[in-house]
Design a binder for this molecule. Structure first.
Ligand SMILES: Nc1ncnc2c1ncn2[C@@H]1O[C@H](COP(=O)(O)OP(=O)(O)OP(=O)(O)O)[C@@H](O)[C@H]1O
Length: 789
């Protein structure tokens, strides 16, 4: 015992259930905790760490790996309350890998001050490599090559092993086979890593250096991994390598919440844990403490539609609660406005506070409408999109200066700042520097130091380059200063701030405000690292930020976020919006059963974040990517137990005579020929009024059909049949002059002219979404008559 007992053991266990206690009390040997949503796995991990410490295990021998920095911070706070002052290492996999790599960098060909490239940086480098190696191809985009390289790294396929992969032999495969090693060399030359490298380097390092592995295994005798269902092969290899001599590996996860397959996460890691560790202790946490019974049942029924899963019983002793709502709004504007108005009413009535509400969507692009509606209601809100800030142009520019100061070999950073703000260094000068550097094996900054010697470089350019080098040298003198001071110096010495200050544009003023925010972030970092936080660590923190990290639990604001960012969080009231085909499930999962199951899990994660109230909604028309079009409700909605939910639909609005498939390939059914006059496009949305809703309560619903046939939800099978249907939807003679029609892509319109006869009959339609006229052959057209009330 280390004398750090701050709570009697009984108290530590008092707030736990029997199953939770079993998991918390476990000390030695592998353990798999299969936990449903809201079953207290976070609670179990923190209590278990506290218990390990109290059983005499040295805190420094414990490693707790979380999925986000936010989760690590929260765990740290909870642990501080249970067992104060314990230096247990808690953090994300990526952070742990950075830490390990900084110590052992030379073993993988890096120096300790390596840069971490985000997706944008690594994509830039890859494009340069493809150009240099003459691997640009019309057969494969840089994105698909990047994706293939990333998949290889996540599966621990090093460049020399690429030939052994399934892709090898295909057009893409042979491009990747040449691009991958060249890209890897370029990264090493720049003393940089991409996100996947962080994991792959450490996994390879542990595999190829038995001494290091042994030493790290002995250091981290007890390893706890949260959200294990979202680990990939590289992450698995790391924890496996660290659990050979001390197999005290305990993982906690829920296969039903695995939502990162697209990032290489391998749900098999959890399904096969028992095989890998035959003597594993398995604990199941199935009681849910978060949600009402009605919420949990809806989630349970939905997830039961996944075929690839271990069945699990979810239950709760919580009250039944209100029925889950499923609401159909006429338009996306109605959806946003009415949700905001409902929240405002509940806040005004004192029923809830703004912080109790969360609005989840599938993609961030859907947030704008809700922000607008919340602003109209004067409701404070936070958009949980931590990555977005560091992707803004001005922030990336200043960060690139910092990266270059920290790692002078960082060629991507140098290319970004050498002429930002403009200082007369053009593209051809940069190309010459690049060539000079490659031929001599120098960094671009070292090449820049020799600008005067570069053949064919005009004197004027050489002088401009020399001035840039002098700037970097001057800034480098303050490398050991506080981070806020370094950022301040970059802004003033580089002339970046002055350019923005002298600009009249509103956009530039906003950029200045964002830079102020960056200075604040630097100041906060300095405050948290009073012993002199190194620039390197600041860069590391900002590079490894995740969306969820931006969520603040202590502000009284409505939260807006994607369902991915919502993982691990909980709110009293949750709205899941835009439940429509193509958005949720996402379009790219349409023909892929596995991806479709992942989309279902994503919705499951969303549903299970709600504690007391839950609403799902869709709009009949949505303006998305500039197009206002009718929608198809998500087929996941069809899978929910609608007879026990409260269904709401608009009483009025455009009545669709039948439902149809807006997923058919669009834009191929109208005639672009002919002298059609195009009015100026407007961004006006279609609006419908009055906004009245009819409601169907669950009890009534059991007796009656729940939804008007006109709004009936289509099943995936229905959709497929529809897609196969290539015949005309309505006979051409149904269409009349002045009739209102719907088109899956262009939305609502009016027939303003008809021509031709029989199969050649055409209609000219004026669309409300952009005021344009389009002519169609009615025999092929995806037009549908609508009735307006
Ligand atoms: N034994 C318990 N008694 C009462 N409340 C509990 C208990 N265990 C957990 N809770 C509460 O249940 C909620 C969910 O717990 P926690 O966040 O630890 O779950 P989780 O399993 O990590 O959830 P998820 O996987 O869905 O993110 C929290 O509000 C927590 O305080």
């Amino acid at each position: 015992m280390d004398g750090q007992n701050n709570l009697p053991l009984t108290d530590l266990f008092a707030s736990l259930t029997e199953a939770q206690r079993t998991a918390v009390a476990h000390i030695d040997g592998p353990m798999l905790t299969l936990a449903g949503p809201g079953s207290g796995k976070t609670r179990v991990v923190t209590h278990r760490v506290a218990n390990l410490v109290r059983q005499g295990i040295q805190a420094r021998n414990i490693l707790a790996l979380t999925f986000t920095n936010k989760a690590a911070d929260e765990m740290r706070q909870r642990l501080a309350a249970l067992a104060p002052g314990q230096p247990v290492w808690m953090g994300t996999f990526h952070r742990f890998c950075v830490r390990t790599l900084r110590i052992h960098a030379p073993l993988v060909g890096l120096s300790e001050n390596f840069s971490i490239y985000d997706m944008d940086d690594s994509r830039k480098l890859l494009k340069l490599v493809l150009a240099e190696e003459r691997l640009e191809s019309t057969h494969a985009s840089p994105d698909s090559i990047a994706h293939a390289i990333s998949a290889a790294k996540n599966n621990l396929v090093t460049p020399d092993k690429y030939r052994e992969t399934a892709l090898y032999g295909s057009t893409l495969g042979s491009l990747v086979e040449r691009a991958y090693p060249a890209y890897q060399r370029a990264l090493l030359r720049a003393n940089a890593v991409d996100f996947d490298d962080l994991l792959q380097h450490v996994a390879v390092l542990l595999r190829e250096n038995p001494d290091v592995r042994k030493q790290q295994d002995a250091k981290y005798k007890y390893i706890l991994v949260d959200e294990y269902q979202d680990t990939n092969l590289a992450q698995y290899a790391i924890i496996r390598a660290l659990s050979i001599d001390y197999p005290n590996l305990s993982v906690t996860g829920d296969p039903d919440q695995s939502i990162y397959g697209w990032r290489g996460a391998n749900v098999r890691n959890i399904l096969e844990f028992e095989k890998d560790f035959p003597n594993v202790k398995v604990v199941r946490l199935e009681q849910n403490y978060r949600s009402t019974q009605s919420i949990l049942r809806v989630a349970d029924v939905l997830i039961a539609h996944n075929k690839r899963r271990k069945k699990k019983r979810l239950w709760t002793e919580n009250p039944e609660g209100e029925a889950v709502r499923l609401v159909c709004y006429p338009t996306h504007t109605d959806e946003a406005e009415q949700i905001a108005s409902q929240i405002a009413t509940a806040v005004r009535q004192g029923k809830y506070r703004p912080r109790d509400f969360a609005i989840f969507f599938r993609t961030n692009a859907l947030s704008r409408q809700f922000e607008h509606a919340l602003r109209e209601q004067v409701l404070p809100y936070q958009i949980v999109n931590g990555l977005e800030f560091y992707q803004r142009m001005e922030i990336k520019d200043v960060m690139a200066y910092l990266h270059l100061l920290n790692n002078q070999r960082d060629n991507v950073a140098l290319r970004r700042v050498i002429n930002t703000p403009t200082r007369g260094i053009g593209k051809s000068t940069i190309t010459k520097l690049q060539e000079y550097a490659s031929h001599r094996g120098l960094s671009m900054l070292d090449a820049a130091r020799q600008a005067g010697l570069i053949e064919g470089l005009p004197k004027k350019s050489a002088v401009a380059v020399a001035k840039f080098v002098a700037l970097i040298d001057k800034l480098s003198e303050s490398l050991t200063a506080e981070v806020e001071q370094i950022v301040g110096m970059v802004l003033s010495e580089s002339g970046y701030r002055e350019v923005l200050q002298n600009s009249e544009s509103e956009e530039d003023q906003e950029r200045l405000a964002n830079l102020e925010e960056l200075l604040t972030a630097a100041r906060q970092f300095d405050m948290h690292n009073p012993q002199g936080g190194k620039l390197e660590h600041f860069l590391e923190e900002t590079s490894l930020v995740s969306d969820t990290d931006a969520w603040s639990s202590d502000t009284d604001r409505v939260s807006l976020m994607t369902m991915h960012a919502a993982k691990g969080l909980e709110f009293p009231v949750v709205y899941i919006v835009a439940c429509e085909q193509g958005l949720l499930p996402h379009e790219r999962s349409r023909h892929d059963e596995e991806k479709l199951e992942e989309e279902r899990r994503l919705l499951f994660v969303g549903l299970t974040r709600a504690r007391q109230e839950l609403q799902l909604s869709y709009a009949q028309y949505r303006m998305f990517r500039g197009i206002n079009a009718p929608t198809i409700p998500s087929h996941f909605l069809q899978e929910l137990p609608r007879d026990e939910m409260r269904l709401q639909e608009p009483k009025t609005g455009p009545r669709r005579l039948i439902d149809f498939d807006s997923q058919l390939p669009a834009d191929d059914d109208h005639l672009d020929e002919g002298p059609i006059e195009h009015a100026a496009a407007t961004e006006q949305d279609i609006s419908f009024e009055p906004e009245e809703f009819s409601q169907i309560e669950p009890s009534e619903a059991r007796k009656k059909p729940q939804l008007d046939k006109r709004f009936s939800l289509m099943s995936g099978a229905d959709l497929l049949t529809r897609q196969a249907d290539t015949g005309p939807r309505f006979p051409p003679n149904v269409f009349k002059h002045g009739m209102n029609v719907l088109h899956p892509e262009h939305g609502l319109g009016t027939i303003i002219a008809l021509g031709g006869e029989g199969p050649k009959r055409t209609a000219t339609v004026q669309f409300a979404s952009d005021n344009r006229e389009r002519r169609f052959f009615l025999i092929h057209a995806k037009l549908e008559p609508v009735e307006m009330e």
